[in-house]
Design a protein around this ligand. Sequence first.
Ligand code: PBE
Length: 308
Amino acid sequence: MKKKSGLFIVLSLVAVLMLSACGNSGNGGTTGGNAGNASGNTGGKSLGDQVKHEIIGIDPGAGIMKATSAAIEEYGLSDWTLIEGSGAAMTATLAKAVKSEQPIIITGWTPHWMFAKYDLKYLEDPKNVYGEAEEIHTVVRQGLKEDHLVAYEFLDRFEWTSDEMGEIMTAIQDGQDPAEAAKAWAESHSDRIDAWTADLAPVSGDKIKLSYVAWDSEIASTNLLQYVLENHLGYKVEALQVEAGPMWTGVASGDVDATAAAWLPLTHADYWDKYKDQLEDLGANMTGVRTGLVVPAYVEANSIEDLK
Ligand code: PBE
């Protein structure tokens, strides 16, 4: 008995020394035992083990968090954990992983600048948990048309493409202040602004409140709406950055005039079902958007089913 545990300790020591030697020669200061990377030596570990069975999520109110909990259930991934955080924390964790070519699984969506910056792919979703043909809608409070016809008309007309949104998102990601990035985009796309605002007579300082969540896509759209409402239509805008729940309840209760961040029909289905009687849906401001589980292209998995 004694002899056996002595041998075990020696072998363990050898293993520890070998591991730390690997770490030192490899990434220059890798601390944990998780020194393998996705494209190279993974030490035979499964993808799940490599990422500690964690999916890097965002803020808990986001629809993509609910969809991911459903995916965990439907694909039988009971040993996986969805980590709560924020959009910013998620992209910071992604940046770190990509830099050292470590595997990572995130909750992702398009449009998002991360697809331009990194080589990423969606994991296939054969069970369609994340839906299809998702759109971003502009939703306003009841009575907005009667109270602020010009703003209502503009919000009703507002629609653009993911490429257009991408230009603002990328400028912000490159370090530009969001309001400045929206202004620069508006100035260089005056044909678009003209189409949205044609024949609308500016008001003089009426107040409009918008709500949005600090998702990169919504930071871009809301800053653009604020710019156009203020600089082309004469409004004074307050853009409230809140959690997803208050974003919806604000408009439903009438405290907030509008949000351009309603992802439908699936991502925000819960919120929509709860508040639809108190809201007016002005339709899609963008079509062809998408949510799902996203990994760097160097990760071997191709489908959510591969996580099992
Ligand atoms: N998103 C971006 C949001 C909607 C916009 C996909 C992170 C969500 O999941 O609720």
